[in-house]
Design a protein around this ligand. Structure first.
Ligand SMILES: Cc1ncc(C[n+]2csc(CCOP(=O)(O)OP(=O)(O)O)c2C)c(N)n1
Ligand SMILES: [Mg+2]
Length: 284
């Protein structure tokens, strides 16, 4: 098998993100992590929703599925269930995963499919030119809310922890080395790995810039116990953050494992041949 290098993952389409967009760093970090694990392009699929960040699959040479807004997770979970041998990586933005797709995020966490979900959070809807998203700060001014944005923001890390996601991490586009490690551990993790990435938008979000984030970003302490969910929540909530690193990591059965167990149990009671007529007979 060919030893993969970063350039082997380069897609036919050149990244269309603005110069300086945080997503370029995410693309590089993912390619580095994939090369380290020697992921083959024909064995990997990048699934995305809709948004600037969701244009990701075009920029990779793997299989890809640019789905519809907010539906990245159901498609990714279905793909993994149908083809468990494929490495499935779901990607998208804060709007995609927390507004229209918020409901799917909850259920992915509790089902624990063996996929990785990378959320690039720029605190804005960038593709549609700058409306507020669930992670925008109260008071934010955009063309759509020229006086102030009136809702408080939500915390994706805290959400994932409460949905029982089995791997929860946060990174920042200004630190590619840390991002690579977080993604690498996420890809290696058996179960649902969620990586929240603070990925500033240089065009529409004037509130959160690289410079401002750099001043306040924190790293979880080396002795942080990754199996202690309450402590992870404490750091996710901490007002002196945002903290970055691996908040939580535990192993529990995956969705695919549980599903195949159910299928084999149900087959034990079937005497072959079993047709649709046999099913109908049970109800006659
Ligand atoms: C069903 C549906 N509703 C709304 C839209 C319009 N729309 C496209 S992208 C987007 C938001 C993108 O924001 P985000 O997911 O944060 O991605 P970003 O562009 O910031 O990377 C919206 C509302 C759509 N394409 N489909
Ligand atoms: Mg966004």
């Amino acid at each position: 098998m060919k030893q993969m290098e970063i350039n082997d993952y380069k897609g036919k389409v050149k990244p269309s993100w603005c110069p300086g967009c945080g997503n370029h760093a995410v693309l590089l970090a993912l390619k580095k992590a994939m090369a380290e694990l020697n992921y083959q392009t024909h064995e990997t699929s990048i699934v995305s929703g809709i948004g600037c960040s969701s244009r990701f699959p075009f920029f990779m040479s793997t299989y890809g599925f640019h789905t519809i807004h907010g539906r990245v997770l159901p498609v990714a979970i279905g793909l993994k269930q149908a083809k468990p041998e494929i490495n499935v990586i779901a990607v998208g933005g804060d709007g995609d995963g927390l507004s229209i797709g918020g409901n799917h995020f909850i259920h992915a966490g509790r089902k624990n499919p063996n996929i990785t979900y990378i959320m690039m959070d720029n605190e804005i809807y960038a593709l549609t030119k700058g409306q507020c998203s669930p992670t925008s700060r109260a008071g934010t001014i955009t063309k759509c809310n020229p006086y102030a944005w009136t809702a408080d923001r939500i915390n994706p890390v805290l959400m994932a922890l409460s949905f029982n996601a089995s791997y929860v991490a946060r990174g920042y586009s200004g630190d590619v080395n840390q991002l690579e490690k977080l993604i690498l551990e996420g890809l290696k993790h058996k179960g649902f790995s969620f990586i929240h990435i603070i990925s500033p938008c240089v065009q529409y979000n004037k509130v959160t810039s690289f410079e401002k984030i750099k001043e306040i970003i924190k790293y979880l302490p080396d002795n942080h116990d990754m199996t202690d969910k309450l402590n992870a929540m404490k750091y996710a909530f901490a007002p002196d953050g945002p903290y970055t690193g691996i908040f939580y990591k535990v192993e529990r059965p995956t969705y695919e494992e549980r599903f195949s167990e159910v299928i084999s149990k149900s087959k034990q009671n079937i005497t072959e041949p079993y047709t649709i007529k046999d099913v109908i007979k049970q109800f006659q």
